[in-house]
Design a binder for this molecule. Structure first.
Ligand code: BGC
Length: 739
């Protein structure tokens, strides 16, 4: 079991380990939520007092949700100065899309397909958090998600394993940098291992039931990409896989992660997930849950307290080997060494630095850049956008238009309530037009908060008339509609994906008066906007874009930034199509046999196609693809084919296009999706300019995992498609033989 985790620190780790009692070792495997106003007096009595005592005895290895230098220093001081061995704590926090200066939600960032910008966004988040005492983030979430009903789709990179893997890699590199011991980098955590994104019917914490092919080809690749990026920790998940909770799943954690992938970091449980194996019906009590989790490779217990309560007894009874404990502790201590915590436990605790770094202008610039790149133009009839900068009467309508809180989205760490730039504020910076705002509709009656459901208003139409009056006098109506900032995220599943509350009704009322509507969507998941897609001339997907939201949206609406985002998840036409995703298998009855025969795979009341497909997004300019060419129509083992395509900017604006390459493996020992993204390139072109892009197809492009998890490359016939979305229509064929 004892392998080298990091040759630089192995000896040091072993020498500490040899000094530790069994209880102290188990303490390293114990993580508590912040339990005490750390700058105040020590707690008396109750839960907090017990945890405090355990901290002083060296029975706590990590804390989460303790932030700010003052607070972190206070707990670190106890760990370092009051415990017998003085082992520093590792301080974790959900720094998901920023610490205080917030970037767009991860799904939105993913719409940029801009890996450098995404990496930069994680760098900024890490730097700001590190300056505030944090040295470990529970991000990135790399769960592939196909079901927009699941609230946590906001936290991931969408439905595609190729894009998801690239983004997962970029995010880990962004958080951890090339030097984990640097003052501005923090350890990352790839979560949730594994398959949590497939929560049945989109209901959070629900059962997962997926096939082996999906596991190996969809779920695991982004996790493997984080291992390639040297991610320091993994978090397991709340769900079962084949009936076995991920937390107690030896196949996932021991066989795949620490076995096949030879992973050297440690695995933290999800919040209380060790204890949740009891209601799952997998463990009979807390003691057995601790035994199952430890033996299955969960190294650290987040907040269920079952390790600290039961592991020592379990070791004495021979149910958990001490070598299992030693392995977990070595992993945890190694990461602490790599962070530099043993050299200086207070290295993240510098008040002056915290003050200088928090919210600094460079961070705002970076999140603004990311926000602009995350916006997706879904429709723009008659070039309604970009707006002229002078002489227009604009009516701005919708509660979300003036909302300074919702753009911060879910998982906002220490982002202060109401600290985002609203769309109203962003548009007000352009003063050549006559801009008037009317709320029109109230989405909520109170400011939503993280832990509670917020009631959506479905009755108050008192603002409708004033909004309609403004619409009547306006040349253009900008309506900002969608979901409030906590309508997506953990525990926020929905069965309906429409515009919540009375927003749809108001939209239709305003449309009767003025058809020149620009609909700006603010949301944390794909929405069903069938009516709007058919009626409203211009639609801008603006997600929850973070602190600089309103500035980014205004710059896009006025054409100071030409939108370039592409959807990372399909937008359904109706919720009944969900889960809907482009890379589905073809079925034995894929096409309409003609006439009115019903016996093919379809719905009677809706098409199979989404409203907006994966990879789709417009620009103020137009792009034309032509001349798809292969330098050969076949290749053999170790060889490759070059595919080229010409891209022309045929419109009037300079613009950026994301050129996407998909393949279809026509027949294989395990059926393959109708299309699979395998490469993409981003390119900027001036009006009238044409460039040739070249892609390489080799064994990496066409291989897949068989049902034993083995990578195989099979001879056969393939199609390649290149274009600006997953519906790319230029195609060519090629063959591969394995000789
Ligand atoms: C979530 C994790 C998160 C953890 C700590 C859990 O409920 O599933 O993603 O990191 O809480 O806040």
């Amino acid at each position: 079991m004892k392998t080298s985790l990091n040759p630089k620190f192995d000896q040091k780790v072993d020498s500490i380990l040899s000094l530790m009692t069994l209880e102290e070792k188990i303490g390293q495997m114990n993580q508590y939520n912040g339990f005490w106003e750390v700058t105040g007096p020590a707690p008396e009595g109750g839960d907090a007092a017990i945890k405090y005592e355990q901290l002083r005895k060296g029975l706590v290895g990590s804390m989460l949700n303790v932030n700010g230098v003052e607070n972190v220093r206070a707990v670190q001081k106890i760990a370092v100065e009051e415990t017998r061995l003085g082992i520093p704590l590792i301080i974790g926090y959900d720094v998901i899309h920023g610490y205080k200066t917030l970037s767009p939600i991860p799904l939105a960032e993913s719409a940029s397909w801009d890996l450098d910008a995404i990496r930069k966004s994680s760098e900024v988040a890490a730097a700001e958090a590190a300056a505030a005492g944090i040295n470990w983030t529970f991000a990135p979430m790399v769960d592939i998600t196909r079901d927009a009903r699941w609230g946590r789709v906001m936290e991931g990179a969408g439905e595609d394993p190729y894009l998801g893997s690239k983004i997962a890699y970029a995010r880990v590199k962004g958080f951890q940098g090339d030097d984990l011991s640097a003052i501005n980098t923090i350890a990352a955590s790839a979560k949730h291992f594994a398959a949590y994104g497939f929560s049945e019917s989109g209901r959070d914490y629900n059962t997962v039931d997926i096939g082996t092919s999906t596991l190996y080809n969809l779920v695991l690749p982004p996790f493997q990409a984080t291992v390639d990026a040297d991610v320091k920790t993994f978090m397991n998940s709340f769900n079962v896989l084949n009936g076995i909770p991920a937390t107690g799943n030896s196949f996932l954690q021991r066989d795949i992660l620490k076995g096949k992938w030879n992973y050297k970091g440690f695995v933290v449980s999800d919040w209380g997930s060790i204890g949740e194996m009891i209601p799952h019906g997998f463990a009979k009590d807390g003691k057995q849950a601790a035994e199952l989790a430890a033996n299955a490779g969960s190294d650290m217990d987040m907040e269920s307290r079952l390790y600290v309560e039961h592991l020592a007894a379990l070791v004495k009874e021979g149910k958990v080997k001490e070598s299992v404990i030693d392995d977990a502790v070595r992993r945890i201590l190694t990461v602490k060494y790599e962070l530099g915590l043993f050299d200086d436990p207070y290295k993240y605790c510098d008040e002056a630095r915290e003050k200088a770094e928090t919210g600094k202008p460079a961070f705002h610039e970076a999140v603004l850049d990311m926000a602009k790149k995350s916006i997706v133009l879904l429709k723009n009839e008659n070039q309604l956008l970009p707006l002229k900068k002078e002489g227009l009467k604009i009516a701005l309508i919708g509660q979300l238009a003036a909302d300074k809180d919702s753009p911060l989205g879910s998982w906002r760490a220490l982002g202060e309530s109401n600290s985002a730039v609203s769309v109203l504020e962003g548009l007000q910076k352009y003063n050549g037009n006559n801009l008037r705002f009317e709320q029109g509709v109230r989405l909520t009656d109170e400011t939503p908060v993280f832990i509670k459901e917020t009631k959506i208003n479905t009755t108050d139409r008192t603002g409708f008339e004033a909004a309609k009056t403004e619409a009547r006098r306006a040349d253009v109506v900008v309506m900002v509609l969608g979901e409030h900032g906590f309508q997506s995220g953990e525990g926020r599943s929905r069965t309906q994906l429409d515009l919540p509350g009375l927003q749809q009704e108001l939209l239709e009322e305003v449309y009767k008066i003025n058809k020149n509507i620009v609909l700006v969507l603010m949301n944390g998941r794909p929405l069903v906007i069938d009516w709007a897609a058919n009626h409203i001339p211009a639609i801008v997907e603006a997600w929850h874009l973070g602190t600089e939201s309103g500035n980014a949206i205004a710059q896009v609406l006025y054409g100071d930034y030409n939108p370039s985002g592409k959807l990372p998840m399909s937008f359904p036409k109706t919720v009944g199509q969900v889960p809907i995703y482009y890379n589905h298998n073809s079925t034995g009855r894929p096409g309409n046999p003609g006439g009115d025969i019903v016996f093919w795979s379809h719905y009677m009341d809706a098409p199979n196609e989404p409203q907006f497909p994966f990879g789709f997004g417009l620009s103020y300019t137009t792009f034309a693809y032509s001349n798809l060419k292969l330098n050969s129509d076949s290749f053999a083992k170790t060889g490759s084919i070059k595919v080229s395509v010409d891209l022309s900017n045929t419109g009037n604006y300079a613009g950026k296009e994301t050129v996407q390459l998909y393949i279809h493996d026509l027949y294989a020992s395990v059926t393959r999706p109708v299309r699979e993204l395998k490469d993409f390139q981003q390119i900027e072109l001036q009006p009238g300019e044409t460039k040739t892009l070249v892609f390489t197809i080799d064994e990496k492009t066409i291989g897949f995992y068989d049902n034993d998890g083995k990578w195989v490359v099979e001879p056969g016939d393939f199609k390649v498609f290149i274009g600006g979305s997953s519906q790319a229509d230029l195609e060519a064929e090629f063959k591969y033989n394995d000789k």
